[in-house]
Design a protein around this ligand. Structure first.
Ligand SMILES: O=C(O)CCC(=O)C(=O)O
Length: 277
């Protein structure tokens, strides 16, 4: 089924992203926030470092989100009916930290080819210019991949694995992606984007499905574990995994650990140094 209007689909193809899209109710967004806080309290290190990835394997509440039919209806408008979940990441910016995301293009490092995939950024809290929402450099998805410098500057707060950075981005040409809790954006694999620090006194939380991939998409750098979100997988390029039924079940923790190790190999492929995520 379709969820995006023809104007929204046009916006995606013209600009490389579309927002805001209604995805969850405020109550559903709060349920996710509560789940994050529950996990943080009960298993304090679980969502830190590499653990920010693939929480949908260990929590039925996150599992429900990645398989949400309204979200998938929008994704289907962009990549077609045969959809896999290729991974998720929590991007949390606490007010007392200097977390930011340097401008980068996802396709440069993620290894999904061809680019029949899309990233859904779901606002769990409001996301705005004050608390460090994403900024998109519209139209860059139509260009070739840009040069990225690997700055590894996580000690200064870069939330990206390698501190990968496109320098000299004309900030005046970038657009803020302002979302209310429960809304989402969809962005293209090649659009240049980043985000600044959180200057508010509250948390900014984004739950990012990175990415929803078409079943025709291969992982050319390493291995990825997937779940069928919609349609059929006639290609069978990837290992399919089971869905979470209860929070922190042993079997699902094992799957998540394997998925995160494989992701880490992709992100740090060709490097001897590793960052903190
Ligand atoms: O959450 C952010 O500020 C940036 C996230 C990001 O770069 C992405 O979802 O591709």
């Amino acid at each position: 089924m379709s969820n995006l209007t023809s104007d929204q689909i046009k916006q995606y193809h013209d600009k490389g992203f579309v927002a805001p899209i209604e995805a969850l109710s405020q109550d559903e967004a709060n349920e996710i926030r509560d789940e994050i806080e529950f996990i943080e309290k009960k298993w304090p290190r679980e969502l830190e470092g590499l653990g920010r990835n693939n929480v949908h394997y260990i929590s039925p509440i996150f599992d429900k989100v990645v398989h949400n039919s309204k979200i998938l209806d929008s994704v289907e408008d962009i990549i077609g009916t045969n959809i896999l979940v290729g991974g998720t990441t929590l991007f949390i910016k606490d007010p007392d930290q200097k977390g930011f995301v340097s401008f980068h293009q996802d396709a440069k490092y993620i290894g999904f080819e061809p680019h029949n995939w899309v990233t859904a950024w779901l606002a769990i809290t409001d996301s705005n210019e004050e608390n460090g929402c994403m900024r998109m450099w519209s139209g860059t998805h139509k260009d070739d991949l840009k040069v990225h410098e690997e700055k590894f500057n996580d000690d200064q707060g870069n939330l990206l694995t390698r501190g990968q950075t496109i320098d000299n981005v004309p900030i005046e040409k970038t657009e803020p992606v302002i979302l209310k809790a429960g809304q989402m954006s969809l962005h293209h694999p090649r659009i240049a984007h980043g985000s600044g620090i959180n200057k508010s006194n509250k948390r900014r939380i984004g739950f990012v499905i990175q990415s929803y991939i078409g079943t025709n998409v291969e992982q050319v750098i390493g291995k990825v574990y997937v779940q069928q979100a919609r349609g059929e997988d006639l290609f069978n390029y990837h290992e399919h995994t089971k869905r979470a039924v209860n929070t922190m079940e042993k079997e699902n923790i094992d799957i998540r650990n394997k998925a995160n190790e494989a992701l880490s190999k992709i992100f740090y492929s060709g490097l001897s140094q590793k960052g903190k995520f």
